[in-house]
Design a protein around this ligand. Sequence first.
Ligand code: TUI
Length: 311
Amino acid sequence: MKTTVTNLLGTKYPLIQGGMAWVADAYLAAAVSNGGGLGLVAAGSMNGELLRKEIQLTKTLTDKPFGVNIMLMNPCAAELAQVVIDEKVAVVTTGAGSPGKFIDAWKQAGIIVIPVVASTGLARRMEGLGADAVVAEGAEAGGHIGEITTMVLVPQVVDSVSIPVIAAGGIADGRGIAAASMLGASGVQIGTRFLTSVECTIHQNYKDIVIKSRDIDSRVTGRSGGHPVRCIKNPLVMELLDLEKKGATFEEMEEITLGSLRKAVKDGNIKEGSFMAGQIAGMINKIQPAKEIIEEMFAEYEQIIKKEGSL
Ligand code: TUI
């Protein structure tokens, strides 16, 4: 495939892997890049030193382009912003905030900058500050989310900016990619489907939970505190929803969520872990190599646009 986004990223397919904190390490990033997408190392849980090591490891595992996702709520964000420059990372995506203060330095270093946005307002601001593209991520996605669904967010962002728009949230197969394309997107970002890739190093319990989960099994907690997060429901999530209903403070909620993503990813702690995943987890039912996932999705997409291009 040759598209605006494959030209921008230097990839075979117009696909970016989601920047999943704690999950997206060098092994997943390299597997996705070797499979023809843009793999990402997620710096969500890292400091500068850890990120530098992970980038250097990724470079030993792939000779294809890869990127880094910087979660802007990370207190080390400024330090991480410098590490991607020092390590000459090709692409940076950002999440959970505005990367405004870092964009100039990244552009000067020749980095392709792709902020993840959940509204047209932020998309426009990012274009004005020099972003190369935006990821428009709908509320079907896993983890930290905005309020609007992919179906309504993507076409509105497409109409609001002139840079390429990459759709995210609820996409996990060729039908989703075709739908994103119909909404005007120039590419897709996919996270949840890669949770069950062979190369994803999360605890087996996490993969099993994704595979077992049904369409209705995710819940959003933290809306009251302004930080909505989508996870697959478990005792922790039900306790958080209960606390929220009773009007618990942000601090009370934080006390039991602190470290819970690590507990899910590293320990497979079924009761106390935050098993972040998108609503599309209900459709995911097997473990496959990342390359096979990517090739299967794009083969299906091409089949659809050739044969079933209309309603
Ligand atoms: O960032 C994500 N998803 C994430 S980050 C993450 S790590 C985490 N760990 C524990 C608790 C909370 C988070 C897990 N999942 N997606 C990209 C994304 N960004 N979605 C929505 C946004 C967003 C929302 C509001 C971006 C900017 C924004 O407002 C910024 C502004 O200044 O207007």
